[in-house]
Design a protein around this ligand. Structure first.
Ligand code: KIV
Ligand code: ZN
Length: 512
């Protein structure tokens, strides 16, 4: 059996189904470029039949990425498959990923189809996809709750019809590692032509077992893992890429398998996903959380100083966490900045570099040391968010213990400058009131949180907001040395995301 495990990244498809985590096309392109740099084998770029926006994003990614396969998701229907093919056809390595549910509960209540009908639909879908492209994946949705013999039957038929990968999802995050491992072994042993395809697994994290189930499946013989960066995804999320990859990397004695992942790009990829989606990584998250390599207990610190292997099973540098490698300050020049950005994975045009350099100088005037996290904010806000409807031009706030807080705000709305002032209970409330007046925002603020981007009293404040309007939900993120400005930026970012969702509606029912 091959010792190579293929990494199929679905951050742009299943990951984007996290509540509020929508990304615009520019952000998706940027993330796809980073995923390619990270070394994933497949990028599932979206679900082209879900919306025009998804279709466009998948086709633009397909036109740009050279090394990784680009997969488009499709239900087992000709029209979905045509859409998926339409979107991925210009990729250097196109792939169609088609799926249908196989569990009795889905057949009876959702699909209202018999097993024979589902089997037939799967065969036709794979055959039709295969008439477009040689690389076809078939997924048995809710596979972990399906009859194992029916799974084997449908996988055998899908492989016979041309599937190169068959995927066994734990769609509702119900499986237990030992049980899932048995299922994988059973399917491998009882699907006669399994040797002609790769067996993949796709786990959800409803019981917090997605990584454990994926690793148990790999140990049992599966050779593709479907994952997302930071484990983002529908409900409790998907298996996290960094956890699976670093377990294989750290425990070759138990799991002697390789991936094509360049582990030093893990941390930058995690940061990028967090910046783009607005979804913060919990501090104690394995591998990429802020505390993942922080030793607090004296006894541990002492041990690590004497020999890092006493308490550290991985080196932070292995995942690209090089905090102290380079610090830029106001005397740093354009070349130093360009080189650092390049190392971080940002290949900017001369024009973009000029813009980032200006913002870097502004920040370096306020903050002694500019570190990677600061640069990420500058690139995200300055380059990735350029096509937004609302942009902050300035904010001025009056507040204190004896005055009524008041904010005056100037925005560009589709390029036209407008300004207004408003009072509030506090300076942030005043700023939000002024912004709401100017934009006509009707949204409800569900969550507001502030944290420091890095250590030190001059650190930038990072604000995340969660907004809801007419059933649409969006996260917004903003960072600035001034916490009120950071809040205004986060609110405006959230409003921009809502605008994007209004113009790129995704039919929720089509999300899987
Ligand atoms: O969770 C799931 O079953 C899926 C399939 C489309 C693979 O996302
Ligand atoms: Zn899924």
């Amino acid at each position: 059996m091959s010792d190579r495990v293929y990494i199929f990244d679905t951050t742009l498809r299943d990951g984007e189904q996290s509540p509020g985590a929508s990304m615009n096309t520019g952000e998706k392109l940027r993330l796809a470029t980073q995923l390619e740099k990270l070394g994933v084998d497949t990028i599932e770029a979206g679900f082209p039949a879900a919306s025009e926006g998804d279709f466009e994003a998948v086709s633009r990614i397909a036109g740009k990425i050279e090394r990784a396969e680009i997969a488009g998701l499709a239900r087992a229907s000709k029209s979905d498959i045509d859409k998926a093919w339409g979107a991925v056809q210009h990729a250097a390595k196109p792939k169609i990923h088609t799926f249908i549910a196989t569990s009795d509960i889905h057949l009876e209540y959702k699909l209202k189809m018999t097993r024979d009908q589902v089997l037939q639909a799967a065969i036709e879908a794979v055959r039709y996809a295969k008439s477009h492209t040689p690389t076809v994946e078939f997924s048995a949705e809710d596979g972990s709750r399906s009859d194992p013999d029916f799974l084997c039957k449908i996988f055998e038929a899908a492989i016979e019809a041309g599937a190169t990968v068959v995927n066994l999802p734990d769609t509702v995050g119900y499986a237990i590692p030992a049980e899932f491992s048995e299922l994988v072994k059973y399917v491998m042993a009882h699907t006669p032509n399994m040797g002609k395809a790769i067996l993949s697994v796709h786990c959800h994290n409803d019981l917090g077992l997605a990584t454990a189930n994926t690793l148990a499946a790999i140990h049992a013989g599966a050779r593709q893992a479907e994952v997302t960066i930071n484990g983002i995804g529908e409900r409790a999320g998907n298996t996290s890429l960094e956890e699976v990859v670093m377990t294989l990397h750290t425990r070759p004695n138990y799991l002697p398998m390789e991936t094509g992942i360049r582990t030093e790009h893990i941390y930058p990829s995690s940061r990028l996903v967090s910046m783009i989606t607005g979804m913060m990584v919990q501090p104690n998250k394995a591998i990429v959380g802020a505390n993942a390599f922080a030793h607090e207990a004296g006894i541990h610190q002492d041990g690590v100083l004497k020999n890092p292997m006493t308490y550290e099973i991985m080196k932070p540098e292995t995942v690209g966490l090089n905090r102290n490698i380079m610090v830029l300050g106001k005397h740093s020049g354009r070349h130093a900045l360009r080189d650092r950005l390049k190392e971080m994975g940002y290949d900017l045009s001369a024009e973009e570099l000029q813009l980032v350099f200006g913002k870097f100088k502004e920040l370096a005037d306020k903050k002694k040391h500019v570190v990677d996290e600061d640069l990420e904010v500058i690139v995200t806000e300055g380059i990735l968010r350029t096509s937004e409807v609302f942009k902050l031009e300035y904010i001025h706030v009056t507040c204190g213990s004896t005055v009524m807080p008041m904010a005056s705000v100037k925005l560009a709305i589709n390029g036209r400058s407008v300004k207004d002032a408003a009072y509030g209970n506090g300076p942030i409330d005043a700023a939000f009131n002024a912004i709401a007046e100017l934009t006509g925002a009707q949204s409800e603020l569900l969550r507001f949180s502030v944290s420091a981007l890095t250590g030190g009293t001059d650190a930038q404040g990072e604000v995340t907001v969660r907004l809801k309007e007419n059933g649409l939900m969006a996260l917004g993120k903003g960072a600035d040395p001034d916490i009120i400005t950071a809040s205004a930026k986060a609110y405006i970012n959230g409003l921009n995301r809502l605008e994007y969702l209004k113009t790129h509606p995704v039919e929720k029912a089509q999300h899987v």
